[in-house]
Design a protein around this ligand. Structure first.
Ligand SMILES: Cc1ncc(COP(=O)(O)O)c(C=O)c1O
Length: 428
């Protein structure tokens, strides 16, 4: 490939144009020039484009209209302004800790909009959530039935709960599988009858639904729908064992976004067509017909909206490899460094946001300031000539970015987080 074509063909540049806009060689997000924002705010920093989050939410809600309601999985990005934005669009939330419960309430979530999952809920968290009010708690094992019932009894409350089910392996999909094998998440599908008996014996808990979350980063509609169909089949079994209609069927999150060259976004048109058959299955079963179907995405809703920006601090060559050393790294963005459980370490899309029309030179390795080779943000990045003071921007960084990073490692300052929307910005 001629060097002059590299910038044009670099995956990062295509993703930048897809999500944001490029004007006069500059990447713009939320209607503002990114380099100008960095001059105001400083570096390193995360920028989230509120317009992109709204557009993404509306696109998915529309694709699933008449089939499912969306609950934002706060763990993907708990920034209060983002939670507030998604609530304002009509989303509910899915939480997995007392901290996320407080974030949801502070952002304006009503108790009935909140569902609480997670395999290690502490008694204080359960108590806080029951006292403050919650839509549903998702039971992850026999231990939780007793613990939650005991706390509800002491508080004189009854609460709604769903059984989280760890499905059999054949129903699995996703880059990181969280079901279909021995896991800490939910009741094994093989023990369903026993689990239903155990929950329904407890007067404080009203079993109203099921929850299946089996894997993340699913880009294949067939795999996603196969998993959802299986979850609906499990819902039918639970309703029949319980001899009572279900109120909710939570199909989990896991909707993927393209990170690497060659990956294609989830095909929403096909998804809409395929869920029509699932809707018919649900309506045909009197025990499921009145149930509210929930999908709880995190990554899909906020991932494409986020950009992590760092400034070049040094450029050097070692044994023929060009190294770009920046002031940001894995302490702020573990996932981009490939150390957040990814099996394959490939580059997130990366661009030089103030040099978008310049051609790339030889592939570069972009590293952070930490004293470990793990602190690598990109390995074969197609970037133009960069010098000290230039910027790099890691795209697709709105989900599992700062919140999933070891921010205390090596005691560097935290990055700023900024929401940019329709030409104005707020530092979070
Ligand atoms: C129970 C539950 N729901 C939703 C999510 C969000 O997943 P994703 O970001 O893949 O949509 C997770 C992620 O771990 C989860 O554990």
């Amino acid at each position: 490939m001629p060097v002059s074509d590299l910038a044009e063909t670099g995956h990062g540049y295509a993703v930048a144009r897809e999500n944001f806009s490029v004007e006069g060689g500059h990447l713009h997000i939320g209607g503002l020039q990114l380099a100008a924002l960095v001059r105001d705010i400083g570096s390193p920093a995360y920028f989230y484009d509120g317009d992109v989050i709204r557009r993404t939410y509306r696109g998915l809600a529309e694709a699933l209209r008449g089939f499912a309601h969306l609950h934002y999985s706060i763990k993907a990005n708990p920034a209060p302004a983002i939670v507030r934005l998604l609530l304002s669009e009509g989303a509910g939330v899915e939480i997995a800790s007392g901290g996320e419960y407080r974030a949801a309430r502070a952002a304006g979530a009503r108790p009935d909009q909140i569902i609480f999952a997670g395999p290690g809920k502490r008694s204080v968290e359960i108590e806080e959530v029951i006292s403050g009010g919650v839509g549903e708690i998702h039971l992850e094992g026999y231990h939780e039935i007793d613990r939650i019932a005991g706390i509800a009894r002491r508080l004189g409350r009854r609460l709604k709960a769903a059984l989280r089910i760890n499905p059999v392996a054949t129903a699995q999909a996703g880059a990181m599988r969280m079901g279909g094998k021995p896991t800490a998440f939910g009741f094994d599908e093989e023990c369903l009858a026993d689990a239903v008996t155990a929950v329904t014996k407890v007067p404080e808990i009203d079993l109203v639904g099921i929850h299946v979350y089996a894997g993340t980063q699913i880009l294949d509609v067939d795999a996603l729908v196969r998993q959802w169909r299986h979850a609906i089949h499990l819902a039918a079994q639970v309703a029949s064992l319980h001899a009572k209609p279900l109120e909710t069927i939570d199909l989990g999150g896991g909707l993927g976004i393209p990170y690497y060259a060659g990956e294609k976004p989830l095909d929403l048109t096909r998804l809409t067509a395929d869920v029509a058959a699932l809707s018919r299955d649900i309506r045909a079963n009197p025990l499921l017909a009145g149930a509210r179907v929930i999908v709880e995405p995190g990554r899909y809703l906020v991932g494409p909206a986020g950009v992590y920006v760092a400034e070049v601090n040094a450029v050097k060559t070692s044994r023929g490899t060009r190294f770009i050393v920046t002031d940001g790294g894995m302490h702020h963005h573990l996932a981009a460094s490939g150390n957040l459980g990814q099996i394959i370490k490939r580059d997130y899309p990366i661009v030089a946001p103030a040099r978008m029309s310049e051609t790339a030179v030889a592939p570069a390795t972009v590293v952070g300031p930490l004293c470990t080779p793990l602190d690598t943000l990109a390995r074969e990045a197609l970037l133009p000539q960069l010098d000290v003071g230039d910027l790099i921007a890691v795209l697709q960084s709105g989900a599992y970015g700062l919140t999933a990073s070891p921010a205390g490692f090596l005691s560097h300052p935290p990055p700023a987080e900024v929401l940019v929307e329709s030409g104005s910005f707020t530092v979070l």
